[in-house]
Ligand binder design. Structure first.
Ligand code: NAD
Length: 294
């Protein structure tokens, strides 16, 4: 009698097809987080990069959305520079998407397009997970751009009652402060004197691109950081930024950009598939990139 070996199941059609629309996204860790999690839960999730930098001619965003919907995609992640533009192509917006004024996750369901902002939840959950006990009354947020907007609303959702916002473009900081004050009724102010702001703040959050491999440095002078501050950075290329290195050397509690990057994917996965992912497993996939490149 010959032994029968189990044949792996061959599936030509994935259970879920999703993707990411953006520019210059080839290094994204998000596809592997989703595909590995799908496999761990016993289904096939195909995640395509729809990188408009690699398309010639570049189709309109409307055409990309239409094509994905027609091809049966469950949904799409949306990143730079389309997070605001995509909103005009959607039927329903979540509260977070409406508040932030940006969408990073689109779900196609029952013939409708639903827009979500999982960056909001991702930052809030990541902060709770990394720094659950810290005092959050007054926070200095550096950077009021696309991600800074989501972070500002998320900070309010985790208990911040006084938000100080700094940006090299003061009008951007002022606009975000006004939006936060209107939406939540808390005190939000644009600041330019970083020394005064740092003295007032319990925590410091970087949502500028400073600290990225291509933009080394930090958006605050090192001497303004004290051991009593907690410091969070959302930059994740690299995870260990100069800001976090300086803060840790001073004895501060710190949180890296990994939390937001992982938890935005956790929430998006749940929205795409209706299944609860394992955040620890998705975090391990995210971290495996650093191990591979170490
Ligand atoms: P953006 O260009 O939309 O906004 C950046 C803002 O920072 C701008 O308003 C700019 O004027 C301001 N800025 C730049 N240098 C400054 C400085 N020295 N001091 C004060 N303000 C300064 O960019 P974005 O999309 O908001 O992204 C910002 C960073 O966040 C990027 O590094 C991005 O990779 C990272 N990010 C991380 C996650 C995550 O999941 N961890 C998610 C989104 C973005």
């Amino acid at each position: 009698m010959t032994a029968q070996t189990a044949q792996p199941e061959v599936r030509t059609k994935p259970d879920f097809r999703v993707g990411l629309i953006g520019q210059g996204i080839q290094q994204s860790r998000t596809p592997l987080m989703h595909m590995n999690e799908g496999a761990a839960l016993g289904f096939v999730l195909d995640y395509q990069l729809l990188d408009t930098d690699r398309m010639d001619p570049v189709p309109s965003l409307a055409a990309l959305l239409e094509r994905a919907e027609a091809e049966g995609y469950a949904g799409l992640n949306i990143t730079f520079p389309y997070k605001q533009e995509v909103m005009q192509h959607l039927d329903v917006l979540s509260d977070a998407a409406r508040q932030v004024g940006a969408v990073n996750t689109v779900v196609f369901k029952d013939g409708k397009r639903f827009g979500h902002n999982t960056d909001f939840w991702g930052f809030a959950t990541g902060l709770d997970w990394a720094l659950p006990e810290v005092k959050r009354d007054c926070v200095l947020l550096m950077g009021a751009g696309g991600a800074g907007g989501a972070v500002a609303h998320a900070l309010v959702s985790v208990g911040v009652t006084h938000l100080l916002i700094a940006d090299v473009r003061p009008e951007t900081a002022q606009a975000l402060a006004a939006a936060i004050g209107d939406a939540h009724g808390i005190t939000a102010e644009a600041v330019t004197d970083m020394a005064v702001a740092a003295v007032r703040a319990d925590g410091i959050v970087n949502a500028t691109p400073m600290g990225m491999a291509k933009l080394p440095g930090m958006a605050i002078a090192p001497e303004l950081i004290e051991a009593r501050h907690w410091v969070s950075d959302i930059v994740y290329f690299p995870l260990e930024t100069e800001l976090l290195r300086v803060a840790r050397a001073k004895g501060c509690q710190t949180a890296s950009g990994q939390g937001m990057a992982t938890f935005q994917a956790v929430r998006a996965f749940e929205l795409f598939t209706g299944r609860k992912p394992d955040p620890e497993r998705m975090r391990a996939t995210f971290e495996s990139f650093d191990t591979q490149s170490a």
